[in-house]
Design a protein around this ligand. Structure first.
Ligand code: BG6
Length: 489
């Protein structure tokens, strides 16, 4: 395809500086997302992308690397020879060791004086403090600059606070974009519209009308080449602390006063602060850790976690977690929130199920009248919203069964859907903070997660084994079954 990119957005020149420019995230997500933004005219007119890495490469060598490595990650339908080659023209490369202060002069040499600067820190969080200090030391940070921090932001509350304090010395809170790419997903943003743009849900969106909420993020992928990072992290810190808690917040929050970033984030913060902290007995009863062994996923045999490259022998890192959480406030008193996430599960599924309470009385003698009304919001792989209602089967008599009212969002809105990273990168460039985490939000999430990590250690809770290609270990079913609630499958 040969299509010229759409005219770029006006605005002052922009320097997008990517730390970790040769890393996995840049190659697979950031550069393809920037290309898409370029193709659709969503980059400011005069944008240059400065990738930083330790390889001693020239610009040409970097461009060749991107051509080889990133090109395959661009949606082939969106590939245009002209737009791709004009995108490559926006790239520059600087070889720089981020820990060496005077090497930042190389960045100074290519950064433009009149440009707004966005620093995207796609590196280990252990480097965030050093990078920000060195950027400021080199005079590269001003009131216009923005910094984007990739997750994981620390590995516990103390480390997250230390990063926040260090970054906060050089960037004001409104200049800091803490990214959780789930907040960039179309369906996650749509959840806000579903809740706050419709009159029919709000009166019922509370105890005692809701019986339970469940949130599943199941992946079929294993840890792949990421064991070095993953083994020290585990599913609770990799997925629950951020993505699943963010989903929980959007389901549980009160109506914000507006869409203003702080109005939205204030409400999410209240939810996080209302999460009931787990005691040792809660942890033993209401959390389940799992680790996959070998099995079959999508018809192909796969290795177990302990056989993945670079996983230390005998590792007890969890690749699965299921837990029961409570939001201690008037709206949600006694409504269990079941969260579940895992790698190498039977199929890829991200779904939120809001199960409404049963009718207090039924005139239908024979009908299966319990657990009927459910709102099922599927985020991936399909984007859909289904409402399960009871209906009469055709024919004589009053036989009934649950059926789904089905809204397929991809059919309803067939226009192009931007990927999460593209949407969030455009938000950063345009200064929209609503879909990024504020410091207190991030810290409140760690504050809830930390006691669980500690509790597992103290209780010596080892992960339960589950076969790859299943829905996780047996105790995760017991967690819900004992309340007559059943996970999506
Ligand atoms: C990342 C996690 O944040 O999210 C990964 O670090 C996980 O382990 C990924 O695979 C899942 O994202 P998505 O968009 O594929 O659901």
């Amino acid at each position: 395809m040969t299509t010229a990119p759409a005219p770029a957005s006006p605005g002052s020149p922009l320097d997008m500086v990517i730390f970790g420019g040769t890393g996995d995230l840049s190659v697979r997500k950031l550069l393809p997302a920037l290309y898409m933004a370029h193709l659709h005219g969503n980059l400011p007119t005069d944008t240059q992308v400065i990738a930083l890495g330790r390889q001693n490469w020239s610009r040409e060598e970097y461009v060749e690397f991107v051509q080889k490595q990133s090109h395959p990650f661009v949606d082939s339908k969106a590939l245009s020879v002209e737009a791709w080659s004009s995108f490559l023209n926006l790239l520059d490369y600087v070889c720089l060791d981020v820990t060496t202060r005077n090497e930042y002069q190389r960045l100074v040499a290519v950064a433009r004086n009149n440009a707004r600067r966005v620093f995207y820190l796609a590196t280990s969080p252990a480097l965030f403090t050093t990078i920000c200090t060195n950027l400021a030391g080199a005079g590269l940070v001003d009131a216009q600059s923005r910094v984007v921090l990739e997750k994981p932001l620390g590995h516990d509350l103390a480390s997250a606070q230390a990063i926040n304090v260090a970054v906060g010395k050089h960037f004001a809170e409104k200049q800091i974009y803490r990214i959780d790419h789930y907040l960039g997903k179309e369906t996650v943003q749509n959840l806000m519209v579903l809740r706050f743009g419709n009159a029919i849900f709000e009166p019922l969106w509370r105890a005692p009308h809701i019986r339970s909420v469940q949130i599943t993020v199941a992946e079929t992928v294993g840890v792949g080449s990421r064991a070095g990072f993953y083994d020290g992290t585990g599913a609770l810190r990799d997925m629950v602390q951020n993505h699943l808690l963010q989903l929980l917040c959007i389901v549980a929050m009160e109506t914000p006063t507006s869409l203003d970033p702080d109005a939205v984030r204030d409400e999410k913060l209240k939810v996080l602060r209302s999460l009931r902290r787990m005691s040792a007995s809660d942890i033993a009863r209401d959390t389940v850790r799992g680790q996959y062994f070998d099995g079959t996923v999508s018809g192909a045999p796969v290795k177990g976690y302990l056989d993945e490259d670079a996983v230390p022998p005998g590792s007890q890192t969890e690749t699965f977690v299921a837990l029961r959480a409570h939001v201690n406030n008037m709206r949600w008193a006694n409504v269990p929130f079941f969260l579940r996430t895992g790698k190498r599960m039977q199929r890829r599924l991200s779904e939120i199920i809001v199960e409404f309470a049963d009718l207090p009385f039924s005139i239908f003698a024979n009908g299966p009248c319990s657990h009927v009304n459910r709102l099922i919001i599927q985020l991936q792989p399909e984007e859909s919203i289904q409402l399960q209602v009871m209906a009469k089967e055709s024919g004589s008599g009053m036989r009934m069964r649950p059926v789904q009212l089905n809204l397929d969002l991809e059919t309803a809105f067939p226009e192009r859907r931007a990927e999460a990273y593209e949407r969030l990168l455009v938000d950063v460039m345009q200064g929209r903070l609503t879909h990024f985490m504020r410091r207190d939000e991030l810290e409140a999430a760690w504050d809830w997660v930390d006691p669980i990590v500690r509790g597992w250690k103290e209780l010596n809770e080892l992960p339960h084994a589950y076969s790859a290609g299943t829905w996780g270990p047996t105790p995760s079913f017991e967690l819900t079954d004992r309340e007559d609630i059943h996970w999506a499958a």
